[in-house]
Design a protein around this ligand. Structure first.
Ligand SMILES: [Zn+2]
Length: 184
C-alpha cells in the first residue's frame, strides 16, 4: 500500500502525511491551520509535537515556507489542536484492546499468532523497515488475515504503550472489525 509522505519543517523528518499537521496559505484567510489536511493553497507540514511547533515558531519557519507572515493566532490554534489530538478514538480503541488483553504485541509474536490463526487483524507501524513490513504482510497474506498500516496520530508503539513495538495483532474479531471500519 502506498502511503504519501511529507517532511516536517522543523525536524525535517519524513512521515506519512496523516501523521503531520498541515498549515496552509489560502486566499484571503491567510496562513492558518488546515484541520482537514486538504484545504486549497500552498501548504507545509509540522509534527504533532510541542518540540517541532516551538522550533518552527522560534525560527519563523512557517512564514519562510509559505512566503507569508504566520499570525500569532496560528500558534494558538496549533497548541489547541495538539491538545485535542491526544485522546483520539482510534488510539483509544487500540488502547482498549491492549488493556482488555485482546492483542498480541511485537513482530515475532504477531507472526506466530498469524500462523496459528489466533489473530483477526494485524496493524503494523508504517515507519518500520520495508523488510519487516514485507515479511509480516507476506505471512498475513498467506493466512488470509488483513494487515493494515497503523494510521493513528501517534506511532504504533506509543499507541500500545510498548517501546519499539512495530506490529499489533488483534485477537478479538469484533474489535478487529471496528478497527478495519475506522481505517476505511
Ligand atoms: Zn517534526
Amino acid at each position: 500500500m502506498h502511503i504519501p509522505h511529507r517532511q516536517c519543517i522543523a525536524c525535517r523528518s519524513r512521515k506519512p502525511k496523516q501523521r503531520l499537521i498541515r498549515i496552509v496559505r489560502g486566499g484571503s484567510a491567510g496562513v492558518r491551520l488546515d484541520r482537514t489536511g486538504r484545504a486549497q493553497g500552498r501548504g507545509c507540514y509540522v509534527c504533532p509535537r510541542t518540540d517541532c511547533i516551538v522550533h518552527a515558531r522560534k525560527h519563523d519557519l512557517v512564514s519562510r515556507h509559505l512566503r507569508r507572515a504566520a499570525p500569532p493566532q496560528l500558534y494558538q490554534d496549533l497548541a489547541e489542536f495538539l491538545a485535542a489530538l491526544q485522546p483520539r478514538p482510534r488510539q483509544s480503541f487500540l488502547g482498549l484492546a491492549v488493556k482488555a488483553g485482546k492483542t498480541v504485541l511485537g513482530t515475532e509474536a504477531v507472526r506466530r499468532s498469524v500462523k496459528t490463526g489466533t489473530v483477526a487483524l494485524v496493524l503494523y507501524e508504517p515507519q518500520a523497515s520495508p523488510s519487516t513490513v514485507q515479511r509480516l504482510t507476506a505471512v498475513c497474506r498467506a493466512a488470509g488475515i488483513p494487515a493494515l498500516p497503523y494510521a493513528g496520530a501517534l506511532p504504533l508503539d506509543q499507541a500500545v504503550g510498548k517501546p519499539n513495538c512495530k506490529a499489533a495483532g488483534i485477537t478479538d474479531r469484533q474489535l478487529a472489525q471496528s478497527l478495519i471500519a475506522e481505517h476505511e
